[in-house]
Design a protein around this ligand. Structure first.
Ligand SMILES: Cc1cc2nc3c(=O)[nH]c(=O)nc-3n(C[C@H](O)[C@H](O)[C@H](O)COP(=O)(O)OP(=O)(O)OC[C@H]3O[C@@H](n4cnc5c(N)ncnc54)[C@H](O)[C@@H]3O)c2cc1C
Length: 425
């Protein structure tokens, strides 16, 4: 599988596991979370024998579907973090996530992974009264959590992006962009160069204390990290599958970009419940993503937010993100069994996966650090019941309903209550 919009070459599948073996640490899943985990395990101890097992091809997980937003945003609003983790826990996690964006850029520079990383910042745009209210909360309450959002009036928004119908905006310098396909390929290359072993096209059948049983043999290891978000689609008890759409236009010409005014490296996102996030690629396309929406809705958002892109050829694709029942990410590590897991981030992955990888590496190597004290380290999310798909569908319908009611300046109380009960977006 290769990225549908990025010009990166398709990764070649590597060798499967060749019978039983041993390792110091087995990482299950060679997506972003697994690759960052392996990277920081070797940073902690270069002599570690790390084996990464993937059911498919290393570096081809859901991140290939991504549009490359590298932000401290977990998609879980701060009030949800505060309710779960307390004031200090939420503040420390926010700070660590902001640092993670910087860390991603630093590692890419250090390891000479060229994937178009740019620290361009992010502009949020509010297009109706309800979105203005959420924007004001974001800016005002964000300060308490160390986030630096600056309120913008429509004229100031237009300095970053010319998008019609914007009532207000906010700006932060804390977000970056990159090409996820090149990031994944680059990380795989770095890890291979450091001696990490990959067993691809190798499906784990069972993860037990000190052993991963696969269809190609058994790997015995004292430490195991499970990092396989796409398991959500396969019915993982802790994750529900939430569909996410992507859209990429053909390259727009200079006149269109003059009218849109968006610089490469800058992210634009609105404050809808099914929020749209967009950016300009290095090859001058517009790429957009939104969770739980339909292709025609995303196309309508493209035209509404960026009229000069109307009429250009575009392609859409869909992927899946795993979402926990409480809508929060959890890093787990059980000392007794030696088994850990890195969380699902509900669609905002690049920086959070980096932080989770660093955190689990510290837990696995026994380094009790500031990271291992972060509030998301704990017992894990409550299991979803069998009705998870129905609950996700209900929440997504409520979100779409709330967005459309808010666009007419109505207050969709019931839909908002459903979203509070099932926090999947
Ligand atoms: C359309 C779309 C747009 C997105 N845009 C962005 C964005 O702009 N910014 C952002 O940060 N995030 C974005 N995301 C989210 C991001 O892509 C995912 O959250 C991220 O890729 C998840 O990383 P992961 O390592 O947890 O899982 P994955 O990337 O899915 O990797 C999991 C790996 O584990 C393997 N695997 C799965 N199950 C098993 C198993 N049982 N055993 C062994 N191996 C297994 C898979 O083959 C895969 O290689 C987007 C997602 C979509 C769908």
């Amino acid at each position: 599988m290769t990225s549908v919009w990025s010009p990166s070459p398709s990764p070649r599948p590597g060798e499967p596991l060749d019978g039983d073996t041993t390792a110091d640490v087995v990482v299950v899943g060679a997506g972003l979370s697994g690759l960052w985990t392996a990277y920081y395990l070797l940073e902690a101890d270069a002599a570690l024998d790390v084996l990464v097992v993937d059911a498919g091809v290393a570096g081809t997980g859901a991140a290939l579907d991504g549009v490359g937003a590298c932000t401290p945003d977990l998609r879980a609003p701060v009030d949800r973090l505060v309710a779960a983790y307390g004031d200090d826990g939420a503040r420390d996690l926010r700070a660590a996530l902001r640092d993670a964006v910087v860390e991603v850029g630093g590692v890419l520079g250090l390891e000479e992974v060229e994937c178009g990383f740019r620290f361009g910042g992010e502009v949020r745009v509010a297009r109706n009264a309800a979105q203005v209210e959420r924007l004001t909360t974001l800016v005002d309450e964000g300060r308490a959590w160390g986030d630096e959002w600056r309120l913008l009036d429509p004229a100031e928004v237009a300095e970053h992006v010319a998008s019609p119908g914007v009532l207000a905006g906010a700006w932060t310098a804390d977000s970056a962009v990159l090409d996820p396909a090149r990031l994944l390929a680059g990380l795989v290359g770095v890890l291979r160069g450091r001696g990490v072993r990959f067993a691809e096209q190798t499906a784990p059948v069972r993860v037990s204390p000190r052993a991963v049983v696969t269809d190609r043999g058994i790997v015995r290891a004292p430490r195991i990290v499970v990092a396989a978000e796409t398991d959500a689609a396969a019915g993982s008890p802790s994750l529900a599958a939430v569909p996410t759409l992507g859209l990429a236009t053909d390259a727009l010409d200079a006149a269109a970009w003059d009218r849109i005014g968006l610089a490469p490296g800058v992210l634009v996102a609105d404050l809808a419940h099914l929020a749209v996030c967009a950016r300009r690629t290095d090859d001058d396309r517009l790429v957009l993503t939104a969770t739980g929406t339909r292709p025609d809705t995303l196309r309508a958002a493209l035209v509404a937010m960026f009229p000069p892109a109307a009429g250009t050829r575009e392609l859409t694709w869909s992927g899946t993100n795993g979402v926990t029942r409480d809508g929060l990410p959890h890093v787990t590590f059980d000392e007794a069994s030696g088994i850990g897991s890195v969380p699902s981030f509900g669609g905002a992955e690049i920086a959070a996966a980096n932080l989770a990888g660093r955190t689990i590496a510290d837990l696995v190597t026994g380094d009790r650090s500031d990271l291992t004290r972060l509030a998301w380290v704990g017992p894990g999310a409550p299991a979803w019941g069998r009705s998870a798909p129905a609950q996700v569908a209900l929440a997504l319908r409520a979100a779409a309903w709330a967005d459309s009611a808010e666009s007419l300046d109505r207050t969709p109380r019931t839909a908002r209550q459903v979203l509070e009960r099932f926090p999947v977006v």
